[in-house]
Design a protein around this ligand. Structure first.
Ligand code: 3HC
Length: 671
């Protein structure tokens, strides 16, 4: 087998170059090749300096995650990194693309670092439930100080080359095409300089205040994220222990976390997210259609949020409304979001200006004729949507993609109102649409393969994680949600309270419980609007104007700071319903709440697979992690269910009166 690593000599400088697509992950073969190249350079008296560089789209994007959890092959990354650090000749990292995780750690062990302007550098291990395992938490605070090291290693956010240069993480930034040339120039300048600047030999300036401040500022973000907590501890140790001992502490922590089920779950999500991008039955030969102008029908919260996504990604948007007032409100919402992004440092004022310049607002439906993709984001009503699609059919140019943002309705019925159902696709954004990562791409019976391919490519372009769903009420995410919400309601009738059920879900790791979520989304969603017709608890709340946070009352009472409080009125309503239904009140355990709300979701997930409405179980996980806040460290409902085991879930489902999906065992037990 040929090595992914090659060497070439340039006037006394050895370039050790790796070409291991797609991202130059530091797998066993790469590590062996790099060590061999390094040794060659160190042993050759004609070589005065060594450069590590990569071919393809990126510098090393980290350790090879696919190797995790398997027996480690030598040389280990930490051994390789130590050899680089100890080298007696200058070693330079030439960084382009993304130097992440082990790639960043390898660069930190080099004596000099040069990066292209577009490069990004970071330690994202915490997102995999890990801490850096090749010296990142020990070298980084030595090079950039404890505060910056915390930001990088405990939050896992990569930083730009410009910022890396500002904080001293890289020595120089170059134009994108001039990296190797610049690295060669630097190599010649430093070839004979001694002593070599080894990060490991620098002193860490202790900064307990920065650590306390970091814990305080990010308390909510890192709560429950064990790996982030451990990354902070590793950085604390960097200040307390000699380098070698700090390194050993970090390594032991890394190995312990690697064996932790929470990391296995996060690694599952990493690969599941990438797998979700693949569309069954569609080959790589199907080309995407070109989309540069997007029309959006409806400038409400959803339509405006959707527009922000495309504008931020540099696509022109035509936003359409039926009244000037509604259009103005949408425009303001978009402008305010960009201003707030600028204020929060998420984008520059210039970038916001450029994005807003791409927005065109219109009252004239015919303006949609210039769009390559039109997304309907109006009220969830079949007749209105059908009417819009019939009109679109006349106005849209040939080959334009016609999309609906419906969250429940039958896409095929909508598509049938057009003469071109093959151009129709569902693009189900989640609210708030410019923030939530999930996009359900709904494949209708007639949706053309290239339309699907385009939708998936666009999702990537606007930074969404896309999952393909078939046409079924609620698609993937909301179909599971409905099961959970129904059972949560049943539990109320039997004696549980909204507070108890929500608390069980938060303790499980969800950002909020079922009733908090209902209050946030609106208790009145889907309500028939007749206060005299009260058959369900939800209808009783709606009839009294308890529509959720927006009216200051729902399943909870809200104070002026939107803090929820248990509601005596809701307690009365629940009592009335229990009496009416003759259901006796009983104490319900937290375990029962979890089993009755989550196991039916898993069962529904299996049915989705049986019906072919979801491509794979891991897609269901991705939908719930990115659309509903299912904790990534629990891997998603289907991954979590595998850990629970078929027998336990099936027995509980039967006990609570559910019919076990015929394929549930297969789904949970087939590797
Ligand atoms: N190991 C193995 N495979 C990886 C990988 C890695 N570190 N990073 C990416 N890949 C694979 C993906 O699974 C995908 O495979 P597929 O095509 O078969 O689905 C392929 O590379 C391309 O990945 P993306 O689709 O994500 O490509 P993008 O261009 O969108 O993004 C990236 C590139 C920013 C590098 C992104 O892939 C990424 O963030 N990768 C993970 C980086 C990371 O977490 N590094 C730390 C690893 S842990 C570590 O280093 C431990 C150390 O401290 C000891």
């Amino acid at each position: 087998m040929t090595s992914p690593v090659t060497v070439s000599t340039h006037n006394g400088v050895l370039i050790v170059s790796c070409d291991s697509p797609p991202v130059n992950a530091l797998g066993a073969g790469v590590r062996a090749g790099l060590l061999e190249g390094l040794t060659l350079g160190l042993d050759d008296p004609g070589v005065e300096a060594i450069i590590f560089a990569c071919a393809g789209r990126t510098f090393f994007a980290g350790a090879d995650i696919a190797e995790f959890g398997k027996p480690m092959k030598t040389p280990s990354l930490s051994d390789l990194v130590v050899c680089i650090d100890n080298a007696h000749k200058p070693v330079i990292a030439a960084i382009h693309g993304t130097a992440l995780g082990g790639g960043c750690e390898l660069a930190l062990a080099c004596h000099y670092r040069v990066a292209t302007r577009s490069a990004k550098i970071g330690l994202p291990e915490v997102r995999l439930g890990l801490v850096p395992g090749a010296g990142g938490t020990q070298r980084l605070p030595r090079l950039v100080g404890i505060a910056m090291a915390l930001e990088m290693a405990a939050l896992g956010e990569p930083m730009s080359a410009a910022r890396a240069k500002d904080i001293g993480l890289v020595d120089a930034v170059t134009a994108d095409g001039a990296l190797v040339e610049h690295a060669l120039g630097l190599a010649r300048t430093v070839a004979r300089q001694r002593p070599l600047p080894r990060v490991s030999e620098q002193r860490v300036v202790p900064d307990p205040e920065a650590i306390a401040q970091f814990r305080h500022t990010h308390a909510r973000r890192i709560a429950g994220l064990h790996a982030s907590t451990m990354a902070i501890t590793c950085i604390e140790k960097a200040a307390e222990l000699p380098f070698a001992e700090g390194l050993a502490f970090e390594r032991a922590t890394f190995m312990r976390l690697m064996a932790d089920p929470r990391s296995a779950a996060q690694r599952h999500v990493f690969f599941a997210e990438r797998q979700a991008a693949r569309i069954d039955g569609i080959g790589s030969d199907i080309a995407a259609r070109s989309v540069e102008r997007v029309g959006i029908i409806g400038a409400g919260t959803m339509g405006s949020g959707i527009a922000i996504n495309f504008l931020s990604a540099g696509l022109a948007v035509t936003l359409l409304e039926t009244s000037a007032d509604a259009l103005k409100r949408g425009q303001e919402q978009i402008a305010n979001t960009f201003s707030s992004n600028v204020a929060k440092g998420r984008m520059t004022a210039r970038q916001a200006e450029q994005a807003l310049a791409l927005l065109d607002v219109k009252l004239d439906f015919d303006a949609l004729g210039a769009c390559d993709l039109v997304i309907e984001a109006v009220f969830e009503n079949m007749n209105i949507k059908k009417d819009i699609f019939a009109r679109l059919d006349h106005v849209a140019r040939e080959g334009a993609i016609l999309a609906s943002n419906t969250s429940y309705l039958d896409l095929d019925e909508i598509a049938a109102t057009t003469s071109r159902p093959s151009d129709v696709v569902g693009l189900h954004f989640f609210s708030p649409a410019h923030i939530m990562k999930l996009l359900e791409v709904v494949r209708g019976n007639c949706t053309a393969p290239d339309v699907l391919v385009t939708a998936m490519a666009l999702a990537r372009r606007i930074g969404k994680v896309a999952v393909v769903a078939g046409v079924t009420p609620g698609f993937i995410g909301n179909r599971l949600l409905r099961c959970r919400q129904n059972e949560a309601m049943n539990l109320l009738l039997e004696g549980a309270t909204p507070e108890q059920i929500d608390c069980v879900h938060r303790n499980f790791g969800m950002p909020m419980g079922p009733f908090q979520m209902t209050d946030l989304a609106g208790v009145d969603i889907g309500w028939h609007r007749d206060p005299a017709r009260v058959e369900t608890i939800r209808e009783a709340l709606c009839a009294e104007g308890r529509w959720g946070q927006k009216t200051g009352a729902g399943f909870y009472d809200y104070d002026e700071r939107r803090k929820p409080h248990p509601s005596p009125r809701v307690a009365e309503i629940l009592q009335e319903f229990r009496k009416k239904r003759k259901s006796s009140e009983r104490a319900i355990s937290d375990d029962e709440i979890l089993a009755r709300t989550l196991f039916p979701m898993v069962n529904e997930g299996a049915l989705l697979l049986l019906e072919g409405k979801a491509q794979r179980a891991s897609d269901i996980d991705v939908a719930w992690v990115y659309g509903y806040g299912w904790p990534a460290w629990r891997g998603g409902p289907m991954f979590w269910a595998r850990e629970q085991g078929f027998e336990k879930i099936a027995a509980a489902l039967e006990m609570y009166g559910f019919v076990v999906a015929p394929n549930l065992r297969d789904v949970l037990e087939t590797p």
